[in-house]
Design a binder for this molecule. Structure first.
Ligand code: FMN
Length: 200
């Protein structure tokens, strides 16, 4: 069996120690990730996933928004110090991709295909997963580390205003990426017999 893709999938990990030592140009990265998202499947080829690339001061601005917004959510000053350190690790990355779902497209599908109406939002989430994974793997293939964060929905309005995001785009994830300054930790796997059934 050909296992090239499998090796690549194993290369993709959540990298939390990210830096700015990226040699690829911003345009190359954008092109790579745009293509990875474009090649990802979606129900009815509805292409509901949107992405916003934040570089330089815009990347910094995002993580400043997050750390400020979290202040009122964290119960103690000591806990907030930990939060600040965590957010600083994302800000230390090179750039961030924001992932969105275009809810207008989902609503139109629900209206146009009432038989499947209950499925379209779930399918948009599955399309998010496909797109996010493909982007993540494409970055890993190029030696660029990434992780996936979810500070939505508490940051949604602030981010929408800061980056002029359309009102019908719903924020689904934040992916800081950059140079791999330390490898991922070990990963535990469930026993395959508890997870898979092969019925012949
Ligand atoms: C849908 C989804 C949501 C996730 N949310 C977060 C998150 O909010 N914060 C985070 O640090 N990691 C998040 N992760 C990363 C997982 O924790 C990680 O993929 C998992 O522990 C396996 O580790 P690996 O990515 O190194 O293979 C998320 C992953 C997925 C697929």
């Amino acid at each position: 069996m050909n296992t090239e893709l499998l090796s690549l999938l194993k290369k993709r990990r959540s990298i939390y120690n990210l830096g700015k030592n990226v040699t690829a140009s911003d345009d190359e990265i954008v092109d790579l990730v745009e293509n990875a998202i474009q090649e990802s499947p979606s129900a009815f080829n509805s292409q509901t996933t949107r992405a916003v690339f934040l570089f330089g001061e815009n990347h910094d601005k995002l993580w400043d928004i997050v750390v400020d917004r979290l202040k009122s959510e964290v119960p103690t000053e000591a806990a907030y110090e930990k939060t600040k350190a965590k957010i600083a690790s994302f800000k230390a990355a090179y750039a961030t991709i924001l992932y969105y779902t275009d809810t207008d497209v989902v609503k139109k599908l629900e209206k146009d295909f009432p038989l499947y109406a209950d499925n379209f939002y779930d399918w948009s989430e599955q399309a998010q997963g496909s797109a996010t994974l493909n982007a993540w793997v494409s970055l890993a293939d190029n030696g660029i580390g990434a992780n996936l964060q979810h500070y939505n929905p508490i940051i949604d309005d602030l981010v929408k205003d800061a980056f002029n995001i359309p009102a019908n785009w719903r924020l689904r994830g934040q992916m800081p990426f950059g140079s791999i300054e330390a490898p991922a930790g070990s990963k535990e796997y469930m026993d395959k017999v508890d997870r898979f059934k092969v019925i012949k």
